[in-house]
Ligand binder design. Structure first.
Ligand code: ADP
Ligand code: MG
Length: 640
């Protein structure tokens, strides 16, 4: 039997010290709590002064509402909060803090000096705390607002002080915390000063700048490389949930995590699952293991979200977690698809920009172009020869390579009907701006026949865009186009087929034959009309309309080969594999000189793709170089 009186209320000082372990894990936690308090206090400007990565000083100065003399002392009490009076309040919380724990916890493990004054008061108040005990309190003169200086964090808990990571690591956490709050409040001014050096000075935008523009400016100010042309706007609202913000373009994704910011009702939160939703919406646009930038703001009725599950209030729970996941994924996907056009070659660009014709660069002036969507019924007006053995093509028996049109392994770039967008079963949200894939807008005559395109070393296409220069990899681009066409065809059974006048019989080895059998339904959707006979013979009656007659066996074999080598290495669904194989097999390779109208059609069709930025296995199809970057490389001031 335990002796009576063993359970007793912990003295406040001890309780705070224990709680401090939860709330204050490292200097960045203090920065977060103090900055949040400043935001809650309605500040319009917040300055953060750090010394020695926060181990000697963390000071946050704001011009918010300030506190009267009573509150100045009371705010250090445990569960002292002005923000929460009942459980009901908890459901409708609009402030960042509400537990009333932060100042109590911080002051338990550091020396804290608070100076604060309300506008209406003549005198301000100064309160000094150390190790959770009041050291001094007196009136003082101080500007309206609040300054909290936290010195020698963990001075009285040496174990924890020793636990701190290298200053560079701790400071990195501080910077991230600062960035999150500065992003969440793009209309407020912020400064971060470390060891007397300015790290950030972020001005408030003009009074009536819309939130999105303020956010855009803020992102750019915080992350040097994240200029507006490297960002994609994301926006959607339903009665349950709304989302807005920006994601980085695929080519600006980084190999390391970081620069991913999610806000729920203005609060920076971390959620593995929602991060995953965003990243997965990029799909193959970014390579595996790359992380896109994002700053996304979710807004929903606070009663649907629980932010109270973690003392640091960074984890969230939604009552419809899966719904939120799906919503984010779909909205970001659509933003990216839409941006495919927004970032496309700029039709208004004047052709006056000149790039000296270096060796190996084919300079093409403005030219007329033929219809990029030639109908399968007419003989292909232009076609892209497939590889002659290099660039990943497997060596195959003697090649019959005469004139282009005789090349047996030739695919017309504009073969399958390009109805890719609406076929995307994964994106069901109504689209405000759907990328147009046909009609006048995709017609190069109208869209930008004056846009210059240069081919570089028979491998890359160069063309000016609004913000600078775009370089496309012709093979990757073509693979993306063919891949989406194949997927579309298999989803919708849309591919046109041409019947052979004289059906041919082709013999396959047993393994290939078995594969063919398995893939038969999808091959049919792609436009192959095949009949399998016992053993290993296949009767080919028809082929996709852009396969040159006479080459059907080569194409079938190559698709199967590619398919099998994909099977070895990658775990792909049959259709995905088939689409990739088809694209791989048929895409133009380096070494192919593109006629001007071919280059133009390639670019137009690429940007009509659902995901123009990467080839089917996630390598980029294009890179962009902004004028800013060019200026930087030339050692010029970007703004001049
Ligand atoms: P919480 O933010 O959860 O309410 P804190 O311990 O962070 O708890 O703060 C306690 C109280 O102190 C707040 O509710 C607020 O009334 C007051 N306070 C703290 N920081 C400031 C500030 N910068 N300006 C005005 N009031 C503040
Ligand atoms: Mg607080």
């Amino acid at each position: 039997m335990p002796a009576e009186g063993i359970i007793h209320v912990l003295p406040d000082v001890l309780a705070n010290k224990i709680a401090a372990g939860e709330v204050v894990q490292r200097p960045a936690s203090v920065v977060k709590e103090l900055m949040e308090n400043a935001v809650d206090a309605g500040a319009s400007s917040i300055q953060v002064y750090i010394k020695k990565a926060g181990s000697t000083l963390i000071q946050v100065v704001d011009d918010g509402c300030g506190m009267g003399p009573e509150d100045a002392a009371a705010c250090f009490g445990r569960h002292a909060t002005s923000k929460l009076r009942s459980m009901d309040d908890l459901e409708h919380l609009a402030t960042l803090g509400f537990r009333g724990e932060a100042l109590a916890s911080v002051s338990a493990v550091a020396q804290v000096e608070l100076k604060t004054r309300r506008v209406q008061d003549d005198a301000g108040s100064m309160v000094k705390m150390a190790g959770g005990e009041l050291v001094e309190q007196r009136p003082c003169s101080t500007p309206a607002g609040t300054s909290v200086a936290v010195r020698n964090l963990f001075y009285n808990v040496p174990a924890r002080r020793n636990f701190l990571k290298a200053p560079s690591t701790e400071f990195k956490h501080i910077v991230e915390t600062f960035q999150a709050l500065a992003l969440a409040n793009p209309t407020m001014a912020f400064a971060l000063v470390h060891d007397e050096m300015d790290v950030y000075r972020l001005n408030a935008p003009e009074a009536d700048v819309p939130f999105d523009d303020a956010l855009l400016q803020r992102v750019h100010a915080l992350f040097a490389g994240r200029s507006p042309d490297a960002l994609v706007r994301v926006e959607e609202a339903t009665s349950y949930l709304s989302i807005r913000g920006f994601v980085g373009t695929p080519e600006t994704a980084r190999k390391s995590r970081g620069d991913q910011f999610l806000f729920v009702n203005g609060r920076h939160v971390k959620s593995r699952s929602l991060n995953h939703a965003v990243i997965s919406s990029f799909g193959q646009l970014i390579p595996q293991g790359a992380y896109p930038f994002f700053a996304l703001f979710l807004t929903l009725d606070p009663s649907h979200v629980d932010v109270n599950v973690h003392p640091q209030k960074t984890e969230v729970k939604f009552d419809d977690e899966r719904g939120v996941y799906g919503f984010i994924k779909a909205v970001v996907k659509r933003g990216l698809a839409t941006a495919g056009l927004a970032l496309a070659v700029d039709p208004t660009l004047s052709p006056s920009i000149t790039i000296p014709a270096a060796e190996g660069v084919v300079v093409e002036p403005a030219f007329r172009s033929s219809d990029p969507f030639s109908r399968p019924t007419s003989p292909p007006t232009r076609s892209f020869a497939a590889p002659d053995g290099d660039g990943g093509g497997r060596p195959r028996g003697p090649e019959i390579l005469g004139s282009e049109t005789l090349d047996p392994r030739t695919f017309n770039i504009a073969s399958f009907p390009s109805t890719t967008i609406s076929q995307d079963g994964t994106l069901r949200l109504p689209s405000r701006v759907e990328p147009q894939v046909d009609g006048a807008d995709a017609d190069p005559e109208i869209q930008g026949s004056s846009r210059p395109i240069w081919q570089l070393h028979e491998r890359y296409l160069l063309t000016p865009i609004r913000f600078g220069l775009m370089v496309l990899d012709q093979q990757a681009a073509h693979e993306r186009i063919l891949y989406e066409q194949a997927v579309t065809a298999m989803d919708g059974g849309m591919a046109a087929s041409q019947q052979l006048l004289f059906p041919r019989t082709i013999d396959f080895d047993p393994a290939e034959f078995a594969l063919l059998e398995e893939l038969l339904p999808d091959l049919r959707l792609l436009g192959f009309d095949l009949e399998l006979f016992s053993g290993r013979s296949v009767l080919v009656r028809g082929v996709p309309s852009d396969v040159h007659l006479g080459s059907e066996h080569v194409i079938l074999e190559e698709i199967l080969d590619q398919y099998r080598s994909n099977l070895d290495g990658l775990q792909l669904e049959a259709r995905e594999n088939l689409a990739r194989s088809m694209a791989r097999r048929s895409a133009i390779r380096p070494g192919r000189i593109l006629k001007p109208e071919e280059a133009r059609a390639l670019i137009d069709q690429l940007f009509a793709c659902r995901m123009p930025y990467a080839d089917p296995i996630g390598r980029p199809t294009m890179i962009k170089m902004s004028m800013e970057e060019l200026a930087k490389r030339f050692g010029r001031n970007p703004s001049s």
